[in-house]
Unconditional design. Structure first.
Length: 476
């Protein structure tokens, strides 16, 4: 493989160009891909981005989808065996997929065998048919005429691009999905789809136009103050020597890099850092309706794009692109931080209660012996007391049950009744006072609690009371 071929392939390593390589360069087989460190399965997956063709068919499905009608047989008359079988394959494939096969490997072997059986031709004859020759082009035209389709015209590209911008791109920008929607549009309009490369150019052009208009609209909603604070997130404070890569590059220390950082282990320092991030994002003051009408999937795509680019690359973008990417990142990062703080609050409450119970149980379990048959014991005690109402406890009751067993019964009740719960409550208060009080009020202050369920209103009222009296002696 020449260096020219290598550089071209590397530059086209990302979809959809990779699939174009497989179509345009038959020599690009496993050995060549291995030389580039590329998995053949990955290229095959990219190649099928326009829609996977079903390869395995049962008898009933073959009869329904691959049978040649009498009207269709007229198209196959007066041809050589390879041309007849090739024409039948092109016809049935087009009826199923709305396009002609890009390569011989896309055609299901089950379908070829079933067609060959109907035409009394050996299935191997299909190997002699040229999918890209003049005869094939002539057959494609005849098939289009028979099915009422026409070739893709120049004017169709503008119509298709406008349809993508208006109907598809606002909700979905996934490349594979867009390819499928193009096929659906062509089928609905009785048009043969364009080549994969041309489809890709149309899709990318529509996507760029859509993004430009969307970014401009979002940027116009931002005040000058908000734009300045978004730019401040990319302001460099020097190089992060601890974050230097293996090649010696140093990452910039910016507020944006701090926002992207993972929280780390749960602790007071983690809570303080996450709360600082939340305050920084809220200071940007993004409008509540900034992303109205933008699909969550599109927002997630832009968020990942912003998170993957270093600050210096973000600064190079035009203002509408830069402000939109930063705003989307801050919007979703705020939600992620709030979700993380909620989970942290739940974990803290669970940890306080669990540790208190564990501590109390450990203290009680040493001299706790569970008493079995409490109902029988109660009956025997009641019977003895009724028979000797004037008797002395030691003389009447102890011989029936035993002083030790009655002591065990008392201790068991204390370990599971109100006294046990009071002891746990005491330990919980101690844990909160000495450690968790430094972070729980901060979490309660940063989070907003709402509920439409009246059963939860007392809890929300209690949280509001805690906020109002967080420094008072009532909760010391």
């Amino acid at each position: 493989m020449s260096s020219t071929h290598r550089s071209f392939i590397v530059s086209c390593h990302e979809p959809p160009y990779a699939s174009f390589l497989i179509c345009a360069y038959p020599w690009l087989q496993g050995e060549a891909l291995a030389t580039l460190g590329v998995r053949v399965s990955e290229f095959r997956r990219i190649f099928n981005a326009g829609g996977d063709v079903k390869q395995h068919w049962d008898d009933q499905a073959l009869v329904e989808s691959w049978s040649v009608s009498d009207n269709e047989r007229s198209l196959l008359d007066n041809r050589t065996e390879s041309s007849r079988l090739g024409c039948a394959v092109l016809l049935k494939f087009f009826q199923l997929e709305g396009r002609f096969p890009r390569s011989r490997g896309e055609v299901p072997a089950d379908g070829v065998r079933y067609l060959a059986k109907q035409l009394a031709i050996a299935p191997e004859t299909f190997g002699d048919f040229d999918l890209t020759g003049r005869n094939s082009e002539r057959l494609r035209g005849q098939i289009r005429t028979l099915l009422g389709f026409r070739p893709f015209a120049v004017a169709d590209a503008d119509t298709l691009a406008a349809w993508l911008r208006d109907e598809v791109l606002p909700a979905d920008q996934t490349p594979g999905h867009l390819q499928e929607r193009v096929l659906d549009w062509c089928r609905d309009n009785r048009i043969e789809p364009p080549t994969f490369a041309r489809t890709d150019r149309i899709v990318r052009s529509a996507l760029r136009t859509h993004e430009s208009a969307l970014f401009e609209a979002i940027s116009e909603k931002l005040s000058e103050r908000t734009r300045q604070r978004l730019d401040a997130l990319l302001k460099s404070h020097g190089a992060d020597t601890e974050g230097a890569g293996a090649d010696g590059d140093q990452r910039e220390r910016t507020p944006f890099a701090d926002l992207r950082a993972d929280p780390g282990r749960v602790g007071l320092e983690t809570v303080l850092k996450e709360l600082a991030k939340l305050r920084r994002i809220e200071e940007v003051s993004l409008p509540d309706d900034l992303f109205a009408g933008v699909s969550p999937k599109a927002l997630q795509t832009y968020r990942q794009r912003a998170a993957a680019e270093p600050p210096r690359e973000l600064r190079r973008h035009p203002e509408p692109t830069r402000y939109t990417l930063l705003a989307v990142f801050c919007w979703q990062r705020r939600q992620e931080i709030i979700d993380g703080l909620v989970e942290l609050l739940i974990e803290i409450i669970h940890r306080i209660t669990t540790r208190a119970e564990r501590k109390v149980v450990k203290e009680l379990v040493q001299d706790l012996r569970k008493v079995q048959g409490k109902t029988t014991l109660l009956y025997r005690l009641a019977e003895a007391a009724i028979d000797n109402p004037e008797g002395i406890v030691r003389e009447v009751l102890f011989p029936v049950v035993g002083e030790d067993k009655l002591g065990d019964l008392v201790r068991e009740y204390r370990a599971s009744g109100p006294a046990y719960r009071r002891q746990i409550h005491t330990v919980v208060r101690g844990s909160y006072r000495h450690h968790y009080r430094r972070m729980v009020p901060l979490l309660l202050e940063a989070l907003q609690f709402r509920s439409n369920n009246a059963k939860h209103h007392p809890v929300i009222e209690a949280i509001d009371w805690l906020r109002q009296h967080e420094d008072g002696p009532e909760i010391a």
